[in-house]
Design a protein around this ligand. Structure first.
Ligand code: PLP
Length: 403
């Protein structure tokens, strides 16, 4: 066997294994050794899928929804998705303007794989969800990272956007509420970005609204195509049931956008996974058409946890602003950099801080640099309040012992 047999696709070969996996692998390793780790790394709600959704899935199996479906999704779900976009986002869509995929992630992958060619650039505001630059790269494009620091609330501004657009720009990715910062774009902020985008008709926009319903303090959620309908013809508005209905494992995401794009994405998906899981599609239908009390309850729980975490983290000296959405706090660990932990480690980077916290305080968080901006820690508060208090005690002890 020659060494050549193991030659990989060159794009895959240059893909970086996600920095978040290093922490997650280490958590698994430490737990296997018997350590009691509180993990604040999760990218998913800790609640169970609502009961009526689970019941709908059982019923779907009994009723024989166990076969292949249309690639773009079953008509009833596509109608419910269109109704959701009309009702919640004021987007003028019919069921033919929708596509159902295996999770929000496949929506993003399909869209980029269907449209990127060598040399195409994708503007990715940082801090970003780790998968964006990797997917862009795997699809043959070039991520154009635009750093959005704490001064702008970790949000892209019109000035930064205008400076980033080039003739090679194919896409802009906008994520609100944001993973990893929880930042939410207001209507006015989207309006300013829309004004820049109107002047650049060659740019497509991906609005990743997956955390739409996890938004606090009675704020309203807005999506770009709603704020500026003239951009709808080149905006892919993406969403799903993963975060809103605690259905991460069911793998249902969906989108609306221009039909030429949805058709290309459908063609790609048809040769890849085919339609999404038939049972999950029925479950997603029940979620979209059913009562919304689950959303209200989980939003209230996350808001309480956010308040608890933001107060404790700031008191500890890990500065963070109060995020308006999602379930992440993005806390600065600048005050720890260059100092030495109790076990004698010099904390050169935020990754050193995250690893030391794990090893010395048994709390797992992810370093901000994994999301394109350091020195920060992304602290997911998708955990019960007792565990969050315990985690804060441990983090506090760790920080006090650093010298
Ligand atoms: N977009 C963002 C910002 C996310 O954080 C995630 C999941 O963590 C996704 C998309 C993908 O969601 P799904 O589980 O529906 O694939």
């Amino acid at each position: 066997m020659t060494a050549d047999i193991q030659r990989l696709n060159r794009r895959l070969a240059s893909a970086q294994p996600s920095a978040t996996y290093r922490i997650i692998d280490r958590v698994a390793e430490r737990r296997a050794q018997g350590a009691q780790i509180i993990s604040l790394c999760a990218g998913e709600p800790d609640f169970d899928t609502p009961e009526h959704v689970r019941a709908a899935a059982f019923q779907a199996i009994e009723q024989g929804h166990t076969r292949y479906t249309q690639v773009a999704g079953v008509r009833s779900l596509r109608e419910a998705v269109a109704a959701k976009f009309r009702r919640e986002n004021a987007l003028d869509v019919s069921w033919q303007d929708t596509l159902v995929c295996n999770g929000g992630k496949q929506v993003i992958y399909n869209a980029l794989a269907a449209t990127l060619n060598e040399g195409d650039q994708v503007i990715v505001p940082a801090p970003y969800w780790v998968s964006y630059p990797e997917i862009v790269q795997l699809c043959g494009g070039e991520p154009h990272i635009v750093t959005c620091d704490a001064a702008s609330g970790f949000k892209l501004t019109a000035q930064l956007l205008a400076a980033a657009i080039t003739p090679q720009t194919r896409w802009l990715i906008l994520n609100s509420p944001s993973n990893p910062t929880g930042a939410v774009y207001s209507r006015d902020e989207l309006r300013e970005l829309a004004d820049v985008l109107l002047a650049h008709p060659h740019v497509l926009i991906l609005a990743d609204d997956i955390y739409e319903h996890l938004i606090f303090d009675d704020q309203w959620f807005y999506t770009l195509a709603q704020v500026e309908p003239r951009l709808a013809a080149r905006t892919l508005t993406m969403n799903g049931v993963s975060k809103a209905y605690a259905m991460t494992g069911w793998r249902i995401g969906f989108a609306t956008g221009p039909r030429w794009l949805l058709q290309a994405m459908e063609t790609l998906q048809g040769q890849q996974t085919s339609g999404a899981c038939a049972v999950s599609q029925q479950a997603a239908l029940a979620a979209l058409e059913g009562p919304k009390d689950f959303i209200h309850a989980s939003r209230a729980a996350f808001q309480r946890r956010r308040d608890l975490m933001v107060e404790r983290l700031n008191a500890i000296g890990l500065e963070c602003f109060s995020p308006a959405g999602a379930f992440y706090a993005f806390a600065s660990c600048a005050s720890l950099i260059g100092r030495t932990s109790l076990a004698g480690r010099v904390l050169h980077t935020d990754e050193d801080v995250a690893l030391a916290l794990l090893d010395e305080a048994n709390v797992a968080v992810v370093q901000g640099s994994a999301f394109g901006l350091g020195p920060y820690l992304r602290i997911a508060y998708a955990l019960d309040e007792r565990s969050l208090h315990k985690a804060c005690e441990a983090i506090s002890g760790f920080c006090q012992a650093v010298c």
